[in-house]
Design a protein around this ligand. Structure first.
Ligand SMILES: [Zn+2]
Length: 259
């Protein structure tokens, strides 16, 4: 690390649990952020500021005026830009020390597998169940940790599905795809702007913990926030042995390739 980096990341390095070693791990890490909207904005901003060496920001959408109430990666002057490009512009200004890739596409199939394979941690910051389940499957197959967040109206939730751990549940264990839960979109129902900021920030914190090995990630715990009363609840859940997505998955052994 050079002097500029020691200065830039000093407040993290000062933390005993973090230290120079933690910072070096972040600088050597790649994170995939799926979605450059309300959750992806704070999540990617904090990860860029923290010095994650390579950020891949994927979104197929364009910036609209109605996004700006909460999607703080974007500005009035960039309405009409692809969100991934607008986000890259903002993150590069925040931290020119890191590599930022904009992927202007809805990742699925082989393109999703390819980007997941490159990443050490994946953040699901999208707004629809189809993508959430596709990202979960890709992470289960690749044995990668997933930090998933969601927010609508005044309710937010976040959890970590760490597929490096043999007993860790996956997203589908908790929210089975077959149940066909009703999809809610904030374009129809509304969402409190700072709520996505809170949940996206929790996602960034969990991702940093996973990369540095600090603390205890939200594995097997769903953290729920009601912003109207500002009360948090933690729901514990287990792996579903009959889960069609993760049952029988192989977990990389301690001697195998790991990050
Ligand atoms: Zn599962």
């Amino acid at each position: 690390m050079n002097d500029q980096q020691l200065l830039r990341y000093g407040r993290h390095i000062l933390l005993d649990e973090f230290g120079i070693e933690g910072q070096q791990r972040l600088l050597a890490s790649t994170v995939l952020v799926v979605g450059a909207g309300g959750l992806g904005s704070p999540a990617a901003s904090y990860l860029a500021a923290a010095g994650v060496g390579r950020l891949i920001l994927a979104d197929d959408d364009k910036v609209e005026l109605g996004n700006l109430q909460r999607q703080i990666l974007h500005t009035t002057g960039r309405v009409g830009w692809p969100k991934a490009e607008s986000g890259r512009h903002m993150l590069a200004a925040l931290n020119p020390d890191i590599a930022i890739e904009a992927v202007v596409a809805r990742l699925d199939g082989a393109s999703l597998d390819e980007q997941v394979a490159r990443a050490d941690v994946i953040l699901d910051c999208c707004d629809n169940f189809a993508t959430r389940h596709a990202v979960n499957k890709a992470c289960v197959n690749a044995g990668k940790p997933l930090v998933s967040g969601a927010a609508i109206r005044f309710s937010g939730q976040v959890s970590v599905y760490d597929m490096r751990q043999p007993d860790a549940p996956c997203y589908n264990c908790l929210f089975p795809e077959a149940h066909g839960a009703r999809e809610l979109y904030c374009a129809i129902t509304g969402v409190l702007g700072p709520l996505v900021g809170i949940i996206g920030s929790v996602q960034a914190a969990e991702a940093i913990k996973l990369m540095t090995g600090m603390g205890e990630p939200l594995v097997g715990r769903l953290l729920c926030l009601d912003a109207l009363t500002m009360q948090w609840q933690t729901l514990r859940f287990n792996r579903d042995p009959a889960c069609p997505v993760c049952a029988g998955r192989s977990v990389p052994s301690a001697d195998g390739p790991q990050h």
